[in-house]
Design a protein around this ligand. Structure first.
Ligand code: NI
Length: 398
């Protein structure tokens, strides 16, 4: 089976690079991936899959029907959106859309998803059960996965795989992580409400700027003293606004931030914890406050058995030098976690780094990928999919 998959992938390689370059030069922003979705649907239809467009707003869902011997349904999820970045790679297939760029590799993800669909539909024998391919919109804004789920994309799904490119892992290597891969990411908005007054007579006013400064300092200090250091939390205030003039005491300051955590209990307790700190700073000075805490996406928790499938597929395909076990989670966020609320799954990292030159990070205007990684990703994913039905059932719900 592996030899067949590798042969198919080698034959498809030029076509896959062509697809990836087409997607790369025609990037679309989150929620507006209309042309990308139509292109994806066209490729999937030509593979003989049952294709549905407009799922999760702009997403595409396609089902590869198996032999019906096993009712377990495997989903393979990729994302299609690009970023509001002006590309500076100088590549001949660089973005033709001013100010929009595939700088997070979602063009590669989409290509790997399509390549996997092509291979699994050309195996010459049906798989024991069905495979559902999910091409979601709007991952960068953390909305697309919820839209897909609301439209029933996870109905009957019993396991799910996904992939994200990683420039610090060289092409040809698959990064595998057991347990937490990414963090929960929530949005925080704190408004400090003081009392305006003359800058020369602070005692007659309540200075919202001074109190906001203390709120920020106290939050950062209290995090290190009141949270278990082995359970990471990051709170970043990235935007601050308030005040009207240098000699007028500000009556209102708004703080906007992001809060990241890995452990569900830690994350669950954060809104109350933040409120306690803010109240303790505001109350002695007569300031009021409003806190708006919005839950974003949960942490991606990779399932043990599903991750093992990826690891063994990659190891059989590429040898032990083709697999890198990732020992640390990231505090980045990924809305793949939304699907994991419905079925166990695993997201792996696809190395796309060049071995002989500098690799720019994700979201950088000069971000590039070593395209040989596409075949590595397609073979790994297709082979892991083939192994899915060989797992005994109880393991996959551990
Ligand atoms: Ni991304």
């Amino acid at each position: 089976m592996l030899t067949r998959i590798k042969d198919l992938a080698a034959n498809l390689a030029p076509r896959l690079i062509e697809i990836r370059r087409h997607l790369h030069s025609h990037p679309e922003l989150s929620g507006q991936e209309f042309q990308t979705a139509a292109y994806v649907a066209g490729v999937l239809s030509s593979c003989g899959l049952q294709v549905k467009e407009g799922v999760g707003k702009v997403g595409v869902v396609a089902e590869l029907v198996g032999a019906g011997m096993d009712s377990r349904l495997l989903a393979i999820r990729t994302d299609m959106d690009a970023l509001p970045i002006s590309e500076r790679t100088g590549l001949e297939f660089a973005s033709r859309q001013p100010g929009v760029m595939h700088a997070c590799g979602h063009d590669v993800h989409t290509t790997v998803g399509l390549g996997t669909a092509m291979i699994l539909s050309q195996l010459g024998q049906p798989l024991p059960g069905n495979v559902r391919f999910l091409f979601q919109s709007a991952e960068e804004t953390a909305q697309g996965a919820r839209w897909m789920v609301q439209d029933g994309a996870m109905e009957k799904v019993t396991g799910i795989f996904s992939v994200h490119v990683f420039p610090t892992i060289p092409a040809g290597v698959i990064g595998v992580r057991y347990g937490a891969l990414t963090a929960a990411a929530d949005d925080l908005e704190i408004t400090i409400l003081g009392e305006s007054g003359h800058g020369a007579r602070p005692h007659e006013a309540v200075d919202a700027v001074w109190i906001a400064a203390q709120v920020i300092t106290t939050l950062q200090q209290a995090i290190s003293r009141t949270h278990n250091p082995l359970r990471p939390v990051v709170l970043t205030i990235g935007q601050i606004s308030g005040g009207r003039a240098p000699n007028v005491i500000a009556d209102q300051v708004k703080l906007l931030g992001t809060v990241r955590s890995l452990h569900p209990e830690t994350g669950g307790a954060l809104p109350n914890w933040i409120e306690r700190i803010v109240a303790s700073v505001c109350q002695p000075y007569g300031a009021r406050y409003q806190i708006n805490y919005r839950r974003g996406v949960p942490s991606v928790q990779n399932n043990m058995a599903m991750t093992q499938l990826i690891e063994s597929a990659a190891e059989e395909a590429w040898g032990s030098q083709g697999v890198q076990i990732i020992h640390e989670p990231s505090l980045g966020a990924e809305d793949f976690s939304v699907y994991l609320q419905y079925a166990p799954g695993s997201m792996f990292r696809l190395g796309v780094g060049f071995r002989d030159r500098h690799n720019y990070p994700l979201h950088h205007p000069q971000f590039e990928v070593d395209e040989s990684a596409i075949v590595t990703g397609v073979v790994t994913l297709a082979y892991a999919a083939c192994k899915y039905w060989q797992q005994s059932e109880h393991l996959l719900h551990a």
